[in-house]
Design a protein around this ligand. Structure first.
Ligand code: PSU
Ligand code: MN
Length: 321
């Protein structure tokens, strides 16, 4: 291992919370954490930087402060300024870091985008209770052979944060992912639906026991869980694309089959699997999957912002939309 990290001065903080985010948290104002792997590895350049800014803007329009999470030059940061956001979107040396990678990236003074798992961990440490992303990681379809299950699932089992997402990507084994979430005691609540969304598609075909019909109802569940001593575990808020905005079902089926075949043929493994499949989709749907991806992330950011506002006492913050 490179030893640059060992020359770090002891007063260098390994975790830095942006001033705007720290002030909002201290004041009890709404804050929403955002992941960065979607920026660096989930969306193609150069659009990714523009989309990253739009996601932050969606949180602001809902009345909350966005806190994009990433490791930049050896410091885990909660809340990125413009230069840091651009670095994550544009630099070639940005790794994909899950929880177990964080210590290495920081010790080496490196830079990495954080997955749902790593973002949830760092955001919780900063005191943030809401988080928005596109789709959660989960159990891969070949998991019986490969044992490939995203670390997002176990991270949510021990991290006290609510994640607003559009379910799990259809490239995964959705049923197995829901079973694992049940085993891990991680609840899934549908937002205005009992149908678990399938990321690009509105309905994955799996039913959910619980639904919430407003940001206030989700906030009530988060508060009830905290009162019951369950606040140290995650909650999944599943927010589907409206049917008219989803990816065409036939196109989806065709591209999915081809993507899985290619991944197997090229022996793609480990953390490369999800970026490979997302990229395959973007290239083989004439940009349709990309547009759906961007729409759903923006919707999730906005909903997370509205839930955060409710958690902070219902739009009391000055300037809230
Ligand atoms: N959702 C998206 N795009 C992404 C991801 C999720 O719309 O790129 C990322 C998230 O960071 C998630 C990760 O945590 O994919 C899952 O990767 P893996 O399957 O290797 O755990
Ligand atoms: Mn994996």
């Amino acid at each position: 291992m490179d030893v640059r990290g060992l020359t770090r001065r002891p007063e260098d903080p390994a975790l830095r919370v942006a001033a705007e985010v720290a002030e909002a948290l201290a004041a009890g104002a709404p804050v929403v954490a955002l992941e960065s792997t979607i920026i660096s590895h989930g969306l193609p350049r150069p659009d990714n930087l523009r989309v990253a800014r739009q996601i932050e803007q969606a949180v602001r329009q809902a009345g909350a402060v966005p806190a994009t999470v990433a490791v930049v030059d050896g410091v885990a940061r909660v809340g990125l300024d413009e230069a840091a956001l651009a670095a994550i979107a544009e630099r070639q040396d940005v790794a994909k870091a899950s929880v177990r990678d964080l210590g290495f990236v920081v010790a080496r003074g490196g830079s990495a985008a954080t997955t749902v798992a790593a973002t949830a961990h760092l955001a919780e440490r900063a005191g943030i209770r809401l988080f928005a992303t596109g789709g959660l990681g989960g159990v891969h379809r070949a998991a019986r052979e490969s044992w490939d299950e995203s670390a997002d699932l176990v991270a949510l089992a021990r991290t006290g944060i609510a994640v607003v997402c559009s379910g799990v990507k259809s490239i995964l084994d959705v049923g197995a992912t829901l079973e694992r979430l049940e085993s891990l005691n991680v609840p899934v609540v549908g937002y205005r639906t009992h149908a678990f969304p399938g990321f690009y598609i509105t309905d994955s075909g799996f039913r959910l026991d619980w639904r919430a019909d407003s940001p206030a109802q989700v906030a009530q569940v988060i508060q009830a869980r905290a009162a019951l001593g369950l606040g140290h575990q995650g909650l999944v808020v599943a927010n589907p694309l409206p049917p008219h905005e989803q990816l065409d079902a036939t196109l989806h089926e065709q591209v999915l089959a081809a993507a899985l075949e290619q991944a197997a043929a090229q022996r793609v493994a480990g953390k490369a699997v999800t970026p490979f499949l997302l990229d395959f989709f973007h290239r083989h749907t004439g940009g349709e999957s990309l547009r759906a991806n961007v729409r759903l992330v923006l919707r999730n950011a906005q909903l997370a912002g509205r839930i955060a506002v409710e958690l902070s006492g219902g739009g009391a913050r000055a300037g809230a939309a």
